[in-house]
Design a protein around this ligand. Structure first.
Ligand SMILES: [Zn+2]
Length: 73
């Protein structure tokens, strides 16, 4: 699974209440994945300017949580 897709999948599960939401530490806004022009992945907050760069460990953690609640795969 592509890494950005991993985040999208996780967010979908969080909206079903199966995993905890990705929340902004500043205002608890919803964090969304994106990629800058250099190909670096990051999360950004929809309601403030918070931005967090994410690496491979972040995706591995999300994948573990996704697998824990997924029936298939
Ligand atoms: Zn925020």
């Amino acid at each position: 699974m592509r890494q950005i897709q991993t985040v999208s999948k996780y967010i979908a599960l969080s909206q079903e209440g199966l995993v905890s939401k990705l929340e902004c530490p500043l205002d608890q806004g919803l964090l969304m994945p994106n990629q800058d022009l250099d190909g670096n992945d990051f999360l950004y907050c929809l309601s403030c300017s918070y931005k967090k760069n994410i690496g491979i460990q972040f995706y591995e953690d999300l994948n573990k949580k996704i697998k824990a609640v997924s029936k298939n795969d």
